[in-house]
Design a binder for this molecule. Structure first.
Ligand SMILES: [Zn+2]
Length: 119
């Protein structure tokens, strides 16, 4: 799996904009390249738990996973994150404060660390 560098930059900028709240979105991929964020209505709000909005997932097979921010800076999934991962696709990115380009970790649906290529 690969991801466009421009998208990673957009994720970091959005996470900075929503800090100290969480940023959360779905990831859309085509031909093995994640190229777009899909932000659900109401996902970005003043609440800490933006991630929970993702449970209202539309049926769309181009959505291959999720991304969300951890304002704490720790990019380890919570128990709630692991449940979400198991239900919403194969690629899950957690970005952490201060949201530099390498402040992220990627997990599969089982919560196992995986690598993606930034292209
Ligand atoms: Zn989380």
């Amino acid at each position: 799996m690969r991801m466009r560098k421009e998208l990673l930059e957009m994720i970091m900028e959005s996470s900075k904009d929503t800090y100290p709240n969480e940023f959360a979105a779905f990831l859309r991929a085509e031909n093995g390249v994640i190229y777009e964020l899909v932000i659900l209505p109401g996902t970005i709000s003043g609440r800490r738990s933006a991630i929970y909005q993702l449970y209202t997932k539309p049926i769309d097979f181009t959505l291959i996973g999720t991304v969300h921010s951890h304002p704490s800076g720790v990019t380890i999934p919570s128990d709630e994150d692991l449940i979400l991962f198991s239900r919403t696709g194969d690629v899950h990115i957690i970005v952490g404060y201060p949201f530099r380009l390498n402040d992220y970790a990627v997990y599969d649906r089982n919560g196992k660390r995986i690598d993606i290529d930034i292209v």
